[in-house]
Design a protein around this ligand. Structure first.
Ligand SMILES: NC(=O)C1=CN([C@@H]2O[C@H](COP(=O)(O)OP(=O)(O)OC[C@H]3O[C@@H](n4cnc5c(N)ncnc54)[C@H](O)[C@@H]3O)[C@@H](O)[C@H]2O)C=CC1
Ligand SMILES: O=C(O)C(=O)Cc1ccc(O)cc1
Length: 296
């Protein structure tokens, strides 16, 4: 095998970890994938689907065979996983993750893997969906998608380059950011919209006439709320991990809603038109750029 790695351990064989494994296998960048998980049912499915070559429910028992470990479980589980592998890792083993938050993961690496920091590469693929589990894993998920690396001060260039090489083999485009900037940006464009979708659908479901409302909900409702179908545990963990940046964004949104409420109360025709025109221009501009980047 040219470059690539021999043994990859994927902790959490769901949409993200499973798709990474499938894409690397297709690209010929990995020889053997060991899937580690919580439930035998999901692991067995991953084995049947050829997402992994071997399964285990005991990370400590397999960590010593890894050339690379990808943590692709909910971010709230990552500290425990690092702790479980710490005493077993080979010195050259790269430990990376796919978590949606990066400040917390950087702290966890420093706390649980102090001896391994040169080989620790925090990362976040900006790709995915509201689906979860091994059955949702797919080739091509990362094609033309961005992956943000947030290296630690101790991370070596060689470790960073190795992780970048593997994501590039999955078709991804690499970006680098500081963890705080990452968490602030993703609070705005990813974490807040998920919270709003969950809150809105919860509000509708709690109405006395919810069933009647759902009868008539159509494409606008579908597009605004798709992400409310995302995994609750994953989003509970992201919310807690990025609590501070999210509180800032929730306050900003509360102010925007308050301003809109005033315009509605006052039947402020010009104000409403201006609010909607500003948002529309920003959304149209963003979407054109998104399509130009080859994203869909
Ligand atoms: N879903 C998405 O679109 C994206 C998710 N992410 C991040 O990637 C990670 C994985 O997300 P998904 O693949 O979507 O979730 P998923 O639910 O499809 O897969 C996660 C897997 O981790 C397993 N797991 C949970 N706790 C575990 C533990 N203690 N030990 C071993 N396995 C455990 C679960 O059983 C599940 O199979 C999360 O940290 C998430 O924040 C990042 C980018 C996009
Ligand atoms: O479902 C969607 O469209 C998403 O927004 C997927 C997603 C979820 C979490 C991430 O950290 C990155 C991407």
């Amino acid at each position: 095998m040219q470059q690539g790695i021999t043994t990859l351990v994927v902790v959490g064989v769901g949409l993200i970890g499973g798709s990474f494994a499938l894409s690397l296998k297709r690209a010929g960048k990995v020889q053997h994938v060991i899937g580690v998980g919580r439930t035998l049912e999901n692991l067995t499915r991953a084995l049947e689907l050829g997402v992994v070559d071997e399964i285990s429910q005991d990370l400590a028992a397999v960590a010593g065979r890894a050339d690379m470990v990808l943590l692709a479980c909910p971010v709230g589980q990552m500290g425990r996983m690092m702790q479980a592998m710490a005493a077993h890792l080979q010195p050259h083993a790269i430990v990376t993750d796919a978590g949606s938050t990066k400040g917390d993961v950087a702290q966890l690496f420093a706390q649980y893997l102090p001896q391994q920091l040169a080989c620790c590469v925090p990362a976040h693929p900006i790709a995915g969906s509201d689906l979860s589990g091994a059955a949702a894993a797919q080739y091509g998920l990362y094609e033309k998608r961005k992956v943000v690396l947030t290296p630690l001060p101790q991370t070596t260039i060689a470790a960073c380059d190795k992780v970048a090489e593997l994501w590039q083999a999955c078709g991804a485009v690499i970006h680098r950011m500081r963890p705080e900037e990452h968490d602030s940006v993703f609070a705005t464009v990813s974490h807040l919209p998920h919270l709003l979708a969950f809150a809105y659908v919860g509000m509708v479901a709690g109405k006395e006439d919810a069933s009647r409302c759902f009868d008539f909900a159509a494409t606008g409702f579908r597009d605004f709320t798709r992400i409310a179908g995302s995994h609750p545990e994953m989003w509970k963990d992201i919310t807690l991990a990025n609590r501070s940046a999210l509180l800032d964004e929730l306050e900003r949104y509360r102010l925007a809603l308050a301003a809109l409420t005033e315009q509605v109360k006052a039947a402020d025709e010009a104000g409403l038109a201006a609010t909607f025109e500003t948002a529309r221009a920003a959304r149209v501009g963003w979407y054109q750029r998104f399509l130009r980047e080859g994203q869909t």
